[in-house]
Design a protein around this ligand. Structure first.
Ligand code: FES
Length: 136
């Protein structure tokens, strides 16, 4: 698997792969280098981690639950869209590893929490709305 998110305990999510990241008001970022994505909602450089999770006391066991839908072998590139005040929408073939490094989920499409409030991290459960998450 070329595209892999790895969740950390009490911290960000590392993303390795062939990535295009889009967000409103900026040029798309194309990279094959590892990027670290904020999960606590407090970074000053969203969607990237700036270490704020430690100062804010973000707590998460780094687990990944849920049913894995499986991949489509025709897709290789990964496309991440940063939703304004919402999750990261991810499309492409990708895997999600838990903090132990074990692959727990494989699929082609999901929404990942970046506000820190989901009860089903690393996935978005819509809690950003009730939390009035303001990313921008
Ligand atoms: S972005 Fe956190 S619950 Fe949706």
């Amino acid at each position: 698997m070329d595209n892999v998110f790895t969740v950390s305990i009490d911290g960000p999510m590392a993303l390795d792969g062939n990535l295009t990241l889009e967000r409103t008001g900026t040029e798309p970022l194309h990279t094959t280098e590892t990027v670290y994505l904020c999960r606590c909602g407090h970074s000053g450089t969203k969607p990237f981690c700036d270490g704020s999770h430690a100062r804010e006391g973000f707590g998460d066991p780094g687990e990944v639950a849920g049913t894995s839908p499986g991949c489509d072998e025709s897709e290789t590139a990964l496309h991440v869209t940063v939703r304004p005040n919402g999750p990261l929408l991810v499309k492409g073939n990708f895997a999600i590893k838990d903090a132990s490094g074990s692959v727990r989920w494989e699929g082609t499409k999901t929404a990942l929490c970046r506000c820190g409030h989901s009860e089903n991290k690393p996935f978005c459960d819509g809690a950003h709305r009730a939390a009035n998450f303001e990313a921008e």
